[in-house]
Ligand binder design. Sequence first.
Ligand code: NAD
Ligand code: WQD
Length: 337
Amino acid sequence: MILLTGGAGYIGSHMLCELLEANHDVIILDNLSNSSVEAVKRVESLTNKHCTFIEGDIRDRQLLDDIFSQHSIDSVLHFAGLKAVGESAEKPLMYFENNITGSLVLLEAMKAANVKKIVFSSSATVYGDPEQLPITEDCPTSMPTNPYGYTKLAVEQMMMQLVQSDPAWSVAALRYFNPVGAHSSGMIGEDPQGVPNNLLPYIAQVSVGRRDKLSVYGNDYDTHDGTGVRDYIHVVDLAKGHLRALDYIADKTGYFVWNLGTGNGFSVLDMVKAFENASGKKIPYQVVDRREGDIAACFADPKKAAVELGWTTQKNIDDMMEDTWRWQSQNPQGYGN
Ligand code: NAD
Ligand code: WQD
């Protein structure tokens, strides 16, 4: 059985879908601080399979002890966490408490239950402003410019030292680039609360009239059209990467890091055009100042995951846009419908 923390969230719900389709038994622990249980119900109806859902917090040690004693858990997929970069700059202690303390409590409970396999949702943000492109896993990490990024680096480093202290652990840190898209059914997708921080959810909300226009944060970067370039990865490809990582660590111990990206970079304006093509909707935009903390370009070298995990992305930019459009047009208010 797999414990999936944060399984009601955007990436977690797509992960749940892949896990259930691969016939895994899954128990979700999510406090619903940024998600809806509706996502879990929809995955169950999509797959015609069931999981156990527990509404609760990864910082609740007693609850974790109960979960580990009542279920025979082999590995943990750890997605639970807060992820808004801007909010983290305003409330750093909340981010440290939730993401770092939460992960620490989880690791302590795992140790007590002798469950020593974990796949962790890390982020390309740990590379900071990259020294080289594409980014390989041996590029140096750097002190992130925001507290959210710091929590990812801190948890990675905690787990690395844990493995050094006890070689029975098996830890995979997956560094995601920019996850986008939705399940091809249109039944689950990204449903940010309030004003979206990320590019594609913002574009998608403009397309259904929830926002007037997109603000493009700067067009004077050193990129092909001056706007920021990122490595957007389809959330279903991303989830499949976790299944491969889970398989990989099943019979190995140690600390492993893999980039999960496509290796391709798209600019903000490329994204606008691709979304317009997929949706037939015009996306009005206005160029504004750069957003503080943004970098010009960031994209992965995904070779290590290809060689070691046998994983490569299958979905292209048009799939990402078509699936986002299907989800957003079928669920203009997200799960609030
Ligand atoms: P999300 O907010 O949709 O999902 C996170 C889930 O964790 C939510 O369902 C939330 O309710 C739950 N949660 C938060 N704190 C919790 C706690 N203390 N106890 C129990 N549940 C808690 O975000 P997502 O986009 O699905 O991201 C999943 C993971 O991937 C996060 O760790 C995030 O930092 C990481 N990540 C996301 C991105 C991205 O761009 N979406 C990129 C890199 C890494
Ligand atoms: C993408 C591009 C913006 C919004 C963030 C986190 C990172 C990771 C993924 C979790 C940039 C531009 C955006 C808008 C815009 N999350 N943009 N107008 O900043 O690459 O990464 O999410 O780990 O840690 O920092 O993603 O989607 O916010 O921005 O012009 O309204 O779109 O400047 O070039 P980012 P993003």
